[in-house]
Design a protein around this ligand. Structure first.
Ligand SMILES: *[C@@H]1O[C@H](CO)[C@@H](O)[C@H](O)[C@H]1NC(C)=O
Ligand SMILES: *[C@@H]1O[C@H](CO)[C@@H](O)[C@H](O)[C@H]1NC(C)=O
Ligand SMILES: *[C@@H]1O[C@H](CO)[C@@H](O)[C@H](O)[C@H]1NC(C)=O
Ligand SMILES: *[C@@H]1O[C@H](CO)[C@@H](O)[C@H](O)[C@H]1NC(C)=O
Ligand SMILES: *[C@@H]1O[C@H](CO)[C@@H](O)[C@H](O)[C@H]1NC(C)=O
Ligand SMILES: *[C@@H]1O[C@H](CO)[C@@H](O)[C@H](O)[C@H]1NC(C)=O
Ligand SMILES: *[C@@H]1O[C@H](CO)[C@@H](O)[C@H](O)[C@H]1NC(C)=O
Ligand SMILES: [Cu+2]
Length: 552
């Protein structure tokens, strides 16, 4: 009898003891680093760069105190892919769910992580993360549906020798009439040009791949090692062997692959990676500068005393289609649709600045974070899109099945990311595949679920999700250039129900320190009176809709 009880107790403990509090104190400062041999100031954490990987288990509570010691820039951290169910106050997007954290201020993020998989964190403030403030967030599954012996993480990024404020000012200047994005100087694997991943022979690894870059998507492969995809953006999928094809990870996307190492340690192997030059040159009709190298190499090191071989030469990129992935949980297609939203996305020009638009309007961050407007403007106004200002507000009702069509009227690809949800992807056309005409060519009964999807040029994508997470959630292209140029919409989800969210008093004090109002409509006023609000694009100024405060 006693034995029987203690067995039950142990089984119970295994489930419940696992949930723990994980606390970090992060001091955000400038650090000098030279990931490719060129030294420059980067934004690091606790005096270190690359920024640390966070490892937690499903059910853990993360508490992170972020102190801004940059001195000359504001900041804020978003937890990319984490749903923040009923903790939408912790999503970390500046001007959306919090005020920018001024130099000298501190913000506490506090939320439970109840999803397994591969995620990351990054600054969501003023186009800042490509200056270095980003890292991996891995949530371990107590019962993964696949077997492996060990795991490791690989991050992929484009990298720039100049800092973002300077690059953004030139990108958003009136002289850049073509809207050309600044070109990266180099591709980095794990924030280095010489990363080595030590492996054991005869071992199956779960490799977490995260594109933490700013702009192009990345393709990659391990020389002479088969890859099988088992997870995308936090969704376990039916194992999908990549075979002779290539994998693409767009900015913001993640993927886990299984690899089995060789039986002996007689040789090391290259890990090959390239930035998608189509996104930088071909579709933009630009010529590739001489000496531009989109490739990066890292190594699977079996034996450190053996040479590091050159990367294989890849003759053609043929991407596998992520719409053919089948989620392991086989969640059925969400239907019927309660609310369809059609977004026509493209270019526009405002005050001689080349901008992006959603249904004709470019996004401009407002003085009052959109969440605080929803919570304080009053029940007679919180479903009125006007009070939110120029944030492309999309108001949706609690528990509705939402279908969003993204038509891409621009000559390049855009990876669209939704905060607060994973969505089912029903359809995604090829390049030049045309706009949605209401017709689905081949819909899966168990569509792939992601939080970031590549939408191809002059084509469209259709996604669905259930509005079961009251809050304010950005829906935006994850290319940081394009975020600053306004390719952003804002989901106002369940304006009545989100009143249950609790904003910590300390978050409101962050607004005081920054000099922003924290209540009222987008301009901090009552009702629809937006006088004095942010409705003007200042040429240069990093794409700001207001001259940002300068800190010295
Ligand atoms: C943060 O780092 C800076 C620079 O190293 C240091 O001066 C400061 O004391 C640190 N602050 C905290 C709260 O750790
Ligand atoms: C902020 O400080 C860093 C580190 O000293 C410096 O490299 C950078 O140019 C400064 N940026 C701005 C916008 O003043
Ligand atoms: C690669 O980056 C990940 C994520 O930051 C880190 O956990 C890991 O230690 C790095 N590995 C190597 C070999 O640099
Ligand atoms: C790997 O496995 C093979 C087959 O089981 C075995 O012959 C070999 O000795 C193993 N190699 C190592 C280094 O353990
Ligand atoms: C790029 O060039 C092609 C072929 O010359 C042309 O059809 C297309 O309109 C151009 N696109 C842009 C964005 O200039
Ligand atoms: C980059 O890799 C591709 C594919 O292997 C190769 O064709 C190309 O020549 C490489 N570019 C440079 C500059 O090394
Ligand atoms: C439809 O989709 C399924 C699943 O992705 C795929 O196996 C099939 O080949 C597709 N059929 C057509 C006509 O595209
Ligand atoms: Cu984009």
């Amino acid at each position: 009898m006693f034995a029987y009880f203690s067995f039950l107790l142990l089984a119970g403990l295994a489930q419940f003891v696992a949930a723990k509090d994980v606390y970090f104190h992060w001091n955000i400062t400038w650090v000098n680093a030279s990931p490719d041999g060129y030294e420059r100031p980067v934004i690091g954490i606790n005096g270190e760069w690359p920024c640390p990987q966070i490892d937690v288990d499903v059910g853990d509570r993360l508490i992170i105190d972020v102190k801004n010691s940059l001195g000359n820039q504001s900041t804020g951290i978003h937890w990319h892919g984490i749903h923040q169910f009923m903790t939408g106050t912790m999503d970390g997007a500046s001007a959306v769910t919090q005020c920018p954290v001024a130099p000298g201020s501190m913000i506490r993020y506090d939320f439970v992580v109840d999803q397994a998989g591969t995620y990351w964190y990054h600054s969501h403030n003023m186009g800042q993360y490509p200056d270095g403030l980003r890292g991996a967030l891995i949530v371990h599954d107590p019962n993964p549906p696949v077997e492996y012996d060990d795991e490791f993480t690989i991050t992929l990024a484009d990298w720039y020798h100049k800092q973002m404020p300077e690059l953004l000012d030139s990108y958003q200047s009136t002289s850049n009439t073509a809207g050309d994005e600044p070109l990266p100087d180099v591709a980095l694997i794990n924030d280095s040009t010489q990363s080595m991943f030590k492996v054991q022979p005869n071992t199956t690894y779960l490799v977490h791949i995260i594109c933490i870059g700013n702009w192009p998507g990345h393709a990659f492969l391990f020389d002479d090692h088969e890859m099988t995809v088992v997870e995308v953006d936090g969704t376990w999928i039916e194992p999908y062997p990549v075979g002779e094809k290539n994998i693409r990870v767009a900015t913001g996307q993640r993927m886990s692959v299984l690899i089995k190492t060789k039986e002996d340690a007689s040789k090391n192997y290259a890990f090959w990676n390239t930035m998608d030059i189509n996104m930088m040159f071909v579709f933009e009709n630009k010529s590739i500068p001489e000496n531009f190298n989109p490739n990066a190499t890292a190594w699977l090191v079996y034996d450190e005393s053996l040479p590091l071989p050159e990367a294989p030469v890849i003759h053609e990129l043929a991407f596998i289609d992520d719409l053919s992935f089948v989620p392991y949980d086989r969640e059925p297609l969400l239907e019927p649709v309660d609310h369809q939203i059609i977004l026509n996305t493209g270019h526009t020009v405002v005050n001689d600045v080349t901008r992006f638009s959603v249904n004709g309007q470019t996004y401009m961050p407002q003085q009052v974070p959109t969440l605080y407007t929803a919570l304080t403007v009053g029940s007679e106004y919180n479903s009125d899109p006007k009070v939110y200002g120029n944030v492309n507000p999309l108001i949706i009702n609690n528990n509705d099945v939402i279908e969003i069509v993204i038509n891409n009227h621009h000559g390049n690809l855009h990876p669209w990311h939704l905060h607060g949800h994973q969505f089912q992807v029903l359809q995604r056309t090829d390049v030049n595949g045309g706009f949605f005409d209401g017709y689905f060519a081949n819909i899966s009964s168990t569509p792939v679920k992601r939080d970031t999807i590549m939408v191809q040029n002059y084509g469209h994508t259709v996604i669905r999700f259930r509005a079961n997470n009251p809050g304010i959630w950005l829906l935006h292209c994850h290319i940081e250039w394009h975020v600053q140029a306004g390719l952003v919409a804002t989901i106002i989800e369940a304006p009545d129900k989100l009143q249950e969210l609790v904003v910590p008093e300390a978050h409101l004090q962050i607004c005081d320190a920054y000099g922003s109002p924290s209540s009222g409509n987008a301009a901090g006023k009552k009702g629809e009176d937006l006088t004095g609000g942010n409705d003007y694009i200042y040429p240069g100024e990093s794409g700001a809709s207001y001259p940002p405060p300068t800190f010295t």
